[in-house]
Design a protein around this ligand. Structure first.
Ligand SMILES: [Mg+2]
Length: 226
């Protein structure tokens, strides 16, 4: 049986230096209103539709499917602008391109993705840093389930040959760790986001690495899973 790797995007495969957050705030203010400003939202590992709901809740705005749809469209436009205008361009995290290239050659590895991003904007971010979203299957996007643990089940539903024990979540936040633990999967946590290795270990990550330039820990997890 192959292992199913589910890679997170932001803070794990790439960093965009806040372009996503800035674009979301601009889109929310344009679609809902100025009262979205000042919202304190823990966005690390959160699902994009939930972030939109939190922005609306902060501003006291009622939302419906039409508002959400308008937000998604506006966010896509603003994200492209923010990425184009940024002083620091989005970039792949250390070792990620090399690791993905190597994993794609491995017969006992299924390369998948699990992310809070909307599909369109998530795919756009990846392409900006030279990662092709079509390398990944299954993919659980931020609108595939109402919660991050639910995304694991959404990915498994697309890949019926795999069990939760075959899954390794690779992510940078305690939410990545928790979604693995809640589903009986393993988690390799990476310190390239906003959380320290100690925090990620304390959250229950099975293994932690500073970044993905040293793939030996992941390869050991793959061997142990077979
Ligand atoms: Mg992340």
């Amino acid at each position: 049986m192959s292992s199913l790797l589910l890679f997170d995007i932001d803070g794990t495969m790439l960093r965009a230096y806040g372009a996503g957050s800035r674009a979301m705030m601009r889109a929310a203010v344009e679609v809902l209103g100025e009262r979205c400003h000042g919202a304190k939202i823990n966005i690390g590992g959160a699902l994009d539709p939930w972030i939109f709901e939190e922005l609306a809740r902060h501003g006291g705005y009622s939302i419906d499917a039409a508002a959400h749809s308008a937000f998604r469209e506006r966010y896509t436009v603003r994200l492209i602008e923010e990425l184009d205008a940024a002083d620091k361009p989005a970039q792949a995290m250390p070792g990620v391109l090399e690791l993905l290239g190597a994993l794609r050659e491995q017969p006992h590895v299924t390369l998948g993705m699990l992310t809070g991003n909307y599909p369109q904007t998530g795919a756009y971010k990846l392409r900006r840093v030279g990662i092709d979203p079509t390398w990944f299957s299954p993919i659980a996007w931020g609108d595939s389930a109402p919660s991050r643990p639910g995304l694991v089940r959404a990915a498994l539903a697309q890949s019926p040959a795999h069990q939760p024990c075959d899954v390794i979540i690779i992510g940078d936040t305690p939410r990545d760790v928790h979604c693995a633990l809640e589903n009986g999967a393993r988690c390799l946590a990476v310190g390239t986001g906003d959380h320290s290795l100690e925090e990620l270990r304390a959250a229950g990550a099975h293994e932690v690495v500073a970044d993905l330039s040293d793939a030996s820990v992941l390869h050991a997890m793959l061997r142990a899973g077979r």
